[in-house]
Design a protein around this ligand. Structure first.
Ligand SMILES: [Zn+2]
Length: 438
């Protein structure tokens, strides 16, 4: 399997870091104490020896203080289940009067919502008194509390995240999920990739070994560590020889290189592929008759309770039970389309109700005439059963005029990046180009 994952913008980031470090050094020289705190947001030691306490202090005093070199003890505390600030203060032997003062501060509320696994950094004086505390409470926000006069001040600190453009490529051997994860994509991004092509490809049943994908995406980094996944900017999926390509437009939607919306009136599959144990079902047997695809529908085998989605928006024309269908839902869509969902364990909609595409209409089950739990799905056009996986589905909106022109300008370089992913030896060239553009 050929899979790789390149960190495109590393050299650029490197340059930025050198610049930032130079500025820090200059600032430190000019204004030693306060700037040290302000610029150390992403540092391993968020509490530098200085604090806003020094702010506004006369120079000689500050110098005297430095001469005396007050030293602090840093304590890192990992939040355990059931912890609150009171428990933690007791555990490390801090004064509860200080905690009361901190609790009264404007902006200290994040301290009331500690989550297990988070980390607090306390800085204590040699006498064991609280000097300051630092609490990164979300990916992009931290809280700093410092002693000031007879009380404390609380100050929010914004944590900067780097956005880096990445590329990934994978070829499916045993599962799409495995190939995408191996290519370095996060769970969210794998789901996003499947959603982008979910109107064209039935990820639950249509994937074949040898299918492949190429993706340009963003990741968010903090201190050189990936902390969040960003958007997929462009992607290609080759399914059974058919090539599908999509580029993210400024409007937040994905379009083909020609400007046609990826979103269509119907999803290819009413079940999310992540619930299907095997995505390769070339000759699925009917659970009752044992024949290959003998009937007017498609069977999806997944655990009982798997959410079943409306393939398209419409209204529920039937929702009930009989001995053959078990619990069933029929939905009528614009343009003389009807979709049918059988053998459900639970119905989530009523007759007459409007439903949106992707809305959960019930849970997979084994009710009615079946030998095992599965969803039986039918797609009916003008009274005739069709195979929704091969049918040309109604096209949604298409970009035109200035919108199309703008999209093409945006799409061209992204598609070029996908093209360059073809051959591993072109990877380096692409990295250089991307860096130049940053
Ligand atoms: Zn069936």
């Amino acid at each position: 399997m050929i899979i790789w994952n390149a960190f495109n913008s590393l050299p650029t980031w490197h340059r930025k870091m050198v610049l930032i470090l130079s500025i820090m050094v200059m600032m430190l020289a000019a204004w030693p104490s306060e700037q040290a705190v302000a610029t150390r947001v992403n540092d391993d030691e968020p509490l530098a020896d200085a604090s806003p306490l020094d702010e506004g202090e006369a120079q000689p005093q500050a110098l005297a203080r430095r001469a005396a070199k007050p030293s602090y003890v840093t304590k890192q505390v990992k939040v355990r289940r059931g912890d609150n600030m009171g428990v933690i203060f007791q555990r490390i032997g801090l004064n509860t009067t200080d905690l009361h003062l901190i609790d009264q501060l404007d902006g200290s509320d994040p301290l009331r919502m500690l989550q297990p696994g988070q980390e607090l950094t306390f800085k204590l004086t040699e006498q064991g008194e609280l000097h300051s505390l630092y609490y990164p409470h979300s990916l992009e926000q931290a809280l700093k509390v410092s002693r000031k006069d007879d009380s404390f001040v609380a100050r929010p600190v914004r944590l900067e995240l780097d956005t880096r453009e990445q590329v990934a490529r994978g070829e499916i051997r045993s599962s799409f999920w495995g190939a995408a994860a191996e290519a370095g994509m996060t769970e969210d991004q794998i789901m996003d990739l499947a959603a982008i092509f979910g109107w064209d490809i039935d990820f639950a049943q249509d994937l074949q070994p040898g299918d492949s994908f190429r993706v340009v995406y963003q990741d968010k980094y903090q201190d050189d560590e990936r902390v969040a996944s960003g958007d997929i900017l462009a992607a290609e999926f080759i399914n059974q020889g058919a090539i599908y390509r999509a580029v993210l437009n400024e409007d937040g939607n994905y379009y083909t290189p020609e400007g046609k919306a990826m979103r269509k009136s119907f999803l290819r599959a009413p079940v999310n592929f992540k619930y299907i144990s095997s995505n390769f079902n070339p000759r699925r047997l009917h659970p009752v008759t044992g024949k290959v695809r003998p009937h007017n529908g498609i069977d999806y085998v997944a655990p009982v309770g798997t959410p079943i989605m409306a393939a398209g928006g419409g209204s529920v024309v039937a929702a009930g039970y009989n001995q053959f269908n078990g619990n069933y839902v029929f939905i009528k869509h614009a343009g003389n389309y009807v979709t049918k969902y059988l053998h459900l364990s639970k119905l989530s909609v009523n007759k007459g109700q409007r439903v949106k595409q992707g809305q959960t209409i019930g849970l997979l089950g084994g009710t009615g005439r079946v030998t095992g739990p599965h969803l039986h799905y039918e797609f009916v056009v003008g009274g005739v059963h069709k195979n929704p996986r091969t049918l040309d589905l109604p096209q949604a909106e298409t970009l035109s005029g200035r919108e199309l022109a703008n999209f093409k300008l945006l799409a061209m370089p992204q598609l070029a990046k996908l093209d360059q992913l073809d051959k591993p030896e072109l990877q380096l060239a692409q990295n250089k180009r991307t860096n130049g553009g940053n």
